[in-house]
Design a protein around this ligand. Structure first.
Ligand code: NAD
Length: 509
C-alpha cells in the first residue's frame, strides 16, 4: 500500500512488479450493502487490457435484478437516516478520511485504471488521482457551507427555504477518466447526504468497487455507496429507468444522454444531470500573445489522454496571416511530443485507445478526412512498434472546412483538424456551427476582442490564452448537446439537493 508521494518516484520495473502483483488479486465482484457480492444470476464479462489484448479479469455482470437489489439497499440506507441525517461535521470527517484512504491506496488505484483502459501511469499519478482526492476534499469542505435561506416576507410569517438531499442517486460514468469521472458524481452526491448506486463503464470496471470499499473503511455506513458493474443497455438502462432513483447523473456520449432523458420520462421523472460529448474549438487570432505557449496548448489540448477527452480542443481555428507558421510549428513539435509507449512506463505520455473497436472507428474517421479533401500532415496510422495494442499515432489534418466529417463528429482520438478563417466574425460562426458546446479556447492580445469572443462563443467553459487550466471552483459542463450539468464547483454539490419551502404563519403571542 503506497501513497501518491511514494509512487511518484516509481520506475518502469516497479510499476511492472505492482501490475503483476495486483493482477493476481483483482476484485471482480460488486460492492453492495458494505460487502463484495457476485451477480445474482452469475453472469460475467471480460475486461481487456487494450495494450496487450489480453483479458485481465472476468467481472460480475449486473442485470435488472442486481440493480433492483442495489437500489433497494441504497433506498433503505437513505430512509434510515444513518447518512442523510448525520451531523454535517461528522459526514465531513468521514469524507476527509475517505480522501486520505484514496491517497494511501494510490498505487493500487492508479495501476487498475492504467491496466484497464491504457492511460499512461504518469497521468494517473500526476493528474487523475490528485484530482480524485481534491474533488472529495472540496465536496467535504462544502458540506456545512450548504445553506438554506429565510426570505423577507410579511411580518406575520416566517418563510424558510431548506436544502435537503434527494434520495438514491444513480451514477453512470464513462471510461476515459474512470476514477475521476466517478468521483465527480459520487463525491457531491454523498457529501449532500444522498445514497449512491454507481454503474461504471464496462470498458473500465476494475477500480470503482475499491472506491466504495475505501468509503466504508473511512466510516461510511453500509449501503450508502454501492457499485454494480455491467453493460449500458442492461444494467445502465435498468438504473436509469428505476422508479426509486431520485436523480440520474450521467457522463458519456450525447446519443446515450438523450436515452437517459427518455428513461426519466418513461419512469418517475427523476432528475437528470448530463455531461456529454464535445467538438471544442480553439480560436487562434493572428495577434496571439505567445506563439510557443499557444502551440504547446494546442498539442496538449488534443493529444493528451490519447484525445479521449470530452473537452479536447479538436477544431483548431487559425487566422490566415499565421496559418502557415501555425501548421509548420505544430508539425515540428506535434509529431514528437506525444510518443506511443508502454503505459506502465512513467516516461510514456501516450497509451493505446480504450479498445480495438475505438481504434477501428478512429481510423475510419481519419480515412473520411483524407477522402473529403483535408491535408494529412502527419500520423493517421498505427505505430509499428506497438502493433499489439489499440494505438493510433498523433494525427494532424490541415485545410479542413467545418462541413467535413472530421470537423463535425466527435472523434475521441488523437486527431487535430486545423480550419483557416479570415475575420473574428467568421471564427465565431464556425466555432458555434456544431451541435456541441462544452469548451472553447481563445488566443488574442486584444482585451476587447477576448471579451467579445467570450460573450459570443456558445460553450460552458471558455479559456482565454490557455487551455484546460482551472481549479475546483470552476463549473465544468456544457451548452447545447454537450449536456447541462455542472461538475466540480459548489453548484455541483447543490445539484444533488432539493429545496423545501416552509411557510410558517405566526399568531399573536
Ligand atoms: P457511452 O455513452 O457509450 O457510455 C457512457 C456510459 O453510459 C457507460 O457506463 C455505458 O455503459 C452507459 N450506457 C451506454 N448505453 C446506455 C443505455 N442505453 N442506458 C444507460 N446507460 C448506458 O460513452 P463512452 O464511450 O463511455 O464515453 C465517451 C463519451 O463520454 C464521449 O462522448 C465523451 O465526450 C463523453 N464524456 C463527457 C464528459 C463531460 O464531462 N462532458 C467527460 C468524459 C466523457
Amino acid at each position: 500500500m503506497m501513497n501518491l508521494a511514494a509512487i511518484k518516484k516509481y520506475d518502469l520495473s516497479q510499476w511492472q512488479a505492482t501490475a503483476e502483483r495486483i493482477s493476481q488479486q483483482l476484485e471482480t465482484r460488486f460492492f453492495i450493502d458494505g460487502k463484495y457480492v457476485d451477480a445474482i444470476g452469475g453472469d460475467r464479462f471480460a475486461t481487456v487490457n487494450p495494450c496487450t489484448g489480453k483479458t485481465l479479469a472476468m467481472m460480475s455482470e449486473g442485470q435488472q435484478a442486481d440493480i433492483d437489489y442495489a437500489v433497494s439497499v441504497a433506498g433503505k440506507a437513505f430512509k434510515s437516516g444513518v447518512w442523510s441525517k448525520m451531523a454535517p461535521r461528522d459526514r465531513m470527517d468521514i469524507m476527509y478520511r475517505f480522501a486520505k484512504l484514496v491517497d494511501d491506496n494510490a498505487e493500487e488505484l492508479c495501476v487498475l485504471d492504467t491496466l484497464d483502459m491504457g492511460k499512461p501511469i504518469s497521468d494517473m499519478v500526476n493528474t487523475d488521482l490528485p484530482s480524485v482526492i481534491e474533488t472529495i476534499q472540496f465536496m467535504a469542505e462544502g458540506i456545512d457551507k450548504l445553506e438554506g435561506t429565510v426570505t423577507n416576507t410579511d411580518n406575520d410569517a416566517v418563510h424558510m427555504v431548506l436544502r435537503e438531499p434527494l434520495g438514491v442517486v444513480g451514477c453512470i460514468s464513462p471510461w476515459n477518466y474512470p476514477l475521476l469521472m466517478e468521483t465527480w458524481k459520487i463525491a457531491p452526491a454523498l457529501a449532500a447526504g444522498n445514497t449512491v448506486v454507481l454503474k461504471p463503464a464496462e470498458q473500465s470496471p476494475l477500480s470503482a468497487a475499491k472506491l466504495a470499499e475505501l468509503f466504508m473503511q473511512a466510516g461510511g455506513p453500509a449501503g450508502v455507496f454501492n457499485v454494480v458493474n455491467g453493460f449500458g443497455e442492461t444494467a445502465g438502462r435498468a438504473l436509469a429507468l428505476h422508479n426509486d432513483v431520485a436523480k440520474l447523473s450521467f457522463t458519456g456520449s450525447t446519443e446515450v444522454g438523450k436515452l437517459i432523458l427518455q428513461y426519466a420520462g418513461q419512469s418517475n421523472m427523476k432528475r437528470v444531470g448530463l455531461e456529454c460529448g464535445g467538438k471544442s474549438p480553439q480560436i487562434f487570432m493572428s495577434d496571439l500573445p505567445d506563439f510557443d505557449h499557444a502551440i504547446d496548448s494546442a498539442i496538449e489540448g488534443i493529444y493528451c489522454n490519447m484525445g479521449e477527452v470530452c473537452s479536447a480542443g479538436s477544431r483548431l481555428l487559425v487566422q490566415r496571416p499565421i496559418y502557415d507558421e501555425f501548421i509548420q510549428r505544430f508539425i515540428e513539435k506535434g509529431q514528437t511530443t506525444y510518443q506511443a509507449g508502454n503505459p506502465l512506463d512513467p516516461a510514456t505520455n501516450m497509451g493505446p485507445l480504450v479498445d480495438y473497436e475505438s481504434q477501428q472507428r478512429v481510423l475510419g474517421l481519419i480515412e473520411s478526412g483524407r477522402r473529403e479533401g483535408a491535408t494529412l500532415h502527419f500520423g493517421g496510422d498505427v505505430p509499428a512498434h506497438m502493433a499489439d495494442g489499440a494505438y493510433i499515432n498523433p494525427t494532424l489534418f490541415g485545410d479542413v472546412n467545418n462541413n467535413m466529417t472530421i470537423a463535425r463528429q466527435e472523434i475521441f482520438g488523437p486527431v487535430a483538424s486545423v480550419i483557416p478563417f479570415d475575420t473574428a466574425a467568421e471564427a465565431i460562426a464556425i466555432a458555434n456551427d456544431t451541435i456541441y458546446g462544452l469548451a472553447a479556447g481563445i488566443w488574442t492580445s486584444d482585451i476587447n476582442r477576448a471579451f467579445r469572443l467570450v460573450k459570443e462563443i456558445e460553450a460552458g467553459v471558455v479559456w482565454v490564452n490557455n487551455y484546460e487550466d482551472g481549479d475546483m471552483t470552476q463549473p465544468f459542463g456544457g451548452y447545447k448537446q454537450s449536456g447541462h450539468a455542472r461538475d466540480k464547483c459548489m453548484e455541483s454539490l447543490k445539484s444533488y439537493t432539493q429545496n423545501k419551502s416552509a411557510w410558517i404563519r405566526l399568531t399573536t403571542p
